[in-house]
Design a protein around this ligand. Structure first.
Ligand code: M6R
Length: 593
């Protein structure tokens, strides 16, 4: 969603901020803007549209060593110039960029700012004017502390003050914000990948923190004004590996990286055939009477495999919860549950809210994430890195495969059973390489034949149904074709009414026990006009199947069948001419409710 970058130092702030904003483009946005110190003044450039456009309208002719920038994903107010950030206070003294949502902005407007003019429909403009309101009676630092005592909601804020033009004020509550140090300056950003490459140390703000950055000095404090020590962490080189290389789209690059991701997981999580997992994590799971997975979107669909592994291998009852549902409901808990949160970004607000809720009840929390510097990583008792390296395309691909692989390793470690997991994961990585090398032509043909459809259905049972759910999400989010997945037994209970002549129905057949029945269910749909397709595992295949995947252990089949579905979604979207890496209306990390 929205992205923030600020810089203060010896270099050209404008280039650093614009470059950082470019690296945040993947999060999804519709407008962009930048505020730059120019001698004793602040210059603002902003508009709807892409960073490329922002670069075109920004003045590059003056020297500037301090500034703040923003990419906006509209929540309050339409996409236009006025609603773009930065926002400026009525007396033009304060300039601000904001990520997040202020829930009580209307009340603040009514209670304190009735004399103020508002030029946008945003909640953010209220904050900048509230700072101005208090600054008339006190210093900026005190005014900011007063303001945060009034705000309800989530916010990461960077503020410039025309009367303190050597300073950036930063505030963080519930929305990610990080500060990075390089030899020549300080960068503040909502994601580590927005940092310039020479940042070597960073810290991630806790909630309810204010930082005042003046020249090379950072003062961090809580909302009461008490100073807090900063613990900087090192940054690994992999963090910055976000180039598209020779690929036209990040999505295809990330699909094709999956064998490497699996090999990295094998290297990091195995010692010979033994799983290398912190004993404390194993003991915490063994000490629980139920595992609750919590996640959203792709991470949720990956969690269904976690349930499968833990129940099958460890005999521990396991349930998967949609994070946004748990925010507002209180399902009955067992005596000693443990929670496993799964999130590529580690910044999904619904997950964070649920984490805080259960942390307050003293439950143990484990996070599986691709971002070990994230809010979720910080909130959890135990952390497992899914080792996928940065995932830029809005449509998640490699994080699905990586999360499932880590879940299989964790379940094996907890079960302490002898299995062939390492070899089986190795085999999966080889088969994904084969899919990429050999199956592209058939996948492309299939993509061509479904690209103009009004609706597409995936069907399967058990594991194949869960794969279908994720496959349908992938296809709909980047092709914009209405796609759904059904347990194939459910077709006759209603959905079959939607089948028209030529409606594509794709059956996934990778499980012995359900192979024949899913095929029969597909035949029933075909008898009513559907155009049936079958994606199968070689050992269960028929020669006429549309896509036959080389064999892997059946319990790991989602790691290969999903790759086929990811590629299918990619090529359908490509043939429809869509913006694959940045699909409309979507953001990479969902940091609002
Ligand atoms: O970062 P997270 O894994 O927590 O994100 C969860 C979902 O927002 C994400 O998987 C979303 O569904 C993707 N766009 C799917 O491709």
């Amino acid at each position: 969603m929205c992205g923030i970058v600020g810089y203060i130092g010896a270099k050209d702030a404008r280039s650093i901020i614009l470059e950082g904003l470019k690296n945040l483009e993947y999060r999804g946005y519709d407008s962009a803007g930048i505020a730059l110190k120019n001698a004793n003044d602040i210059k603002i450039y902003k508009d709807k549209g892409r960073i490329k456009h922002l670069c075109e309208i920004t003045d590059f002719t003056f020297d500037t060593n301090l500034g703040i920038g923003h990419t906006r994903w509209a929540t309050h107010g339409i996409v236009n110039y006025d609603n773009s950030h930065p926002h400026i206070s009525n007396n033009k003294r304060f300039v601000l960029v904001h990520n997040g949502v202020i829930e009580n902005y209307k009340k603040i407007k009514y209670d304190y700012l009735s004399d103020y003019n508002f030029y946008s429909q945003t909640d953010s403009e209220v904050i900048v004017n509230l700072i101005e309101f208090y600054s008339k009676k006190m210093c900026t630092e005190s005014a900011i502390r007063k303001v945060v005592s009034k705000l309800e909601g989530s916010y990461a804020l960077l503020i410039m003050d025309k009367e303190n033009l050597d300073t950036i004020y930063c505030i963080k509550n519930k929305t990610p914000l990080l500060l990075g140090l390089s030899n020549d300056g300080i960068t503040i950003a909502s994601d580590i990948i927005a940092f310039p490459k020479d940042v070597n140390k960073y810290f991630s703000f806790d909630d309810q923190r204010i930082a005042i950055i003046k020249n090379n000095d950072v003062k961090l404090m809580d909302y009461m004004g008490f100073e807090i020590d900063i613990n900087y962490k090192d940054i690994s080189l992999d963090t910055y590996n976000v180039s598209k290389g020779d690929y036209e789209h990040y999505m295809l690059k990330e699909i094709e990286e999956q064998p490497t991701v699996l090999r990295r997981i094998i290297t990091n999580y195995f010692n010979y055939d033994d799983c290398v997992i912190d004993k404390k994590i194993i003991d915490a799971i063994l000490d629980s009477d139920k595992i609750n997975f919590v996640a959203c979107g792709t991470s949720l669909y990956a969690s269904f495999m976690g349930k499968y592994f833990f129940e099958k291998l460890c005999g521990i009852p396991t349930e998967c919860f949609v994070a946004s549902e748990l925010v507002y409901s209180n399902p009955l808990m067992t005596k000693k549950p443990i929670f496993i949160f799964v999130s590529q970004s580690g910044e999904t607000l619904d997950c964070i809210t649920v984490m805080k809720k259960y942390k307050a009840q003293n439950y143990k929390l484990i996070t599986l994430t691709n971002n070990t510097a994230s809010t979720m990583a910080n909130l959890s008792d135990y952390l497992l890195d899914i080792c996928a390296n940065p995932e830029i395309s809005v449509a998640s691909t490699k994080s699905y495969v990586a999360s499932i692989a880590i879940m299989s390793v964790l379940a094996k470690a907890v079960s302490n059973k002898k299995t062939n997991l390492k070899n089986n994961l190795n085999r999966v990585s080889i088969v994904i390489d084969q899919i990429i090398a050999d199956l592209k032509p058939v996948i492309k043909n299939m993509a061509k034949s479904i690209k103009d459809s009004k609706a597409v259905f995936y069907i399967g049972r058990g594991i194949d149904y869960w794969v279908g759910l994720e496959a349908a999400l992938k296809l709909k989010e980047i092709s914009y074709i209405h796609t759904d997945a059904y347990s194939s037994g459910e077709l006759k209970h209603g959905t079959i009414a939607l089948i028209e002549k030529g409606t594509p129905v794709i059956a996934i057949c990778t499980q012995e026990g359900t192979n024949s029945i899913v095929r029969s269910n597909l035949a029933e749909a075909e008898a009513r006009g559907a155009k049936g397709y079958i994606i199968s595992l070689e050992s269960l295949s028929y020669s006429e199947d549309d896509i036959i995947i080389p064999n892997v252990a059946h319990y790991l089949s989602p790691l290969v069948s999903q790759v086929v579905c990811q590629m299918l979604a990619y090529y359908v979207a490509l043939y429809r001419g869509n913006d694959i890496d940045k699909p409309k209306n979507l953001a990479k990390s969902v940091t609002v409710e």
